[in-house]
Write a protein that binds this ligand. Sequence first.
Ligand code: SAM
Length: 283
Amino acid sequence: MIPVNDALPPGLYIVATPIGNLSDLSARAIDVLRHANAIAVEDSRVTATLLRHIGAKVQMIRYDDHVGDAVRPQLLERMANEVIALVSDAGTPLISDPGYKLVREARERGVLVTTIPGPCAAIAALTLAGLPTNRFLFEGFLPSKAKARDDAIAELAPIKATLVFYESGPRLVAALDALALGLGNREAAVAREISKRFEECQTGLLSALATHYTAHPARGEIVIVVGPPDAESLRPKGADLDEMLRTAMVDHPMSKAIRLVAKQSGVDKDELTARAEAIRQAE
Ligand code: SAM
């Protein structure tokens, strides 16, 4: 365990910072940021505000996707003998933010890698949404182009888990519409400005949320949480069901094919019998 004092051993300290409310900075995070030899930051103006708040004066080194490859060697060199902290503009580093290559290479060098856990918008939104949390998939930002976004959503449709997306105000309604179309009209939540003055969490069907935010355009930072599919929406239908029956009927008599497809699909045997008879008549 890393103690809360100024005798920190050298290494890489991954430090979570507030997602809106500065009071959410933990005592350990303050300790590490005050005593670090340098802090790898996304935007020094953003982190400077945080450091002023805790009265810390520490060297900041820009570390983001543009300069990461160039800056990483010196950070890795220094963390052998110094305390190097990694922060992002807000929340937990590496979660839709830079850092994983730094952590991987620090591990390869055998230096201490430790984390100061704290706020993360995805987890905070899950706690607000009132949707199942036993199994969730964090998708982060959907692609901005419509075709790529719809393809990404189609890949997620069969996954039996609550889905978590990061989003921005101007794209919210388009994202909700696309999710309703691609996933079906599921229960969902829009968590906005978490831990800030105008925090809100609206819940309802995706279509109702789209209607709400069309009438009341949303500003600020947003997490969309979408509930898992229900069993009915995952059941194969129409042409897919016929294809399953046709395939099963190649190797098995009709009654056994129906039993097998009923087991695989969860579809009622009466419906499968009617379909199987129609297939046989058409052949
Ligand atoms: N690493 C951060 C974390 O741990 O949550 C996320 C960084 S990502 C670049 C920024 C996105 O997180 C925002 O666009 C928004 O979707 C979400 N986010 C950050 N702060 C938020 C807040 N206070 N309320 C709702 N969503 C937030």
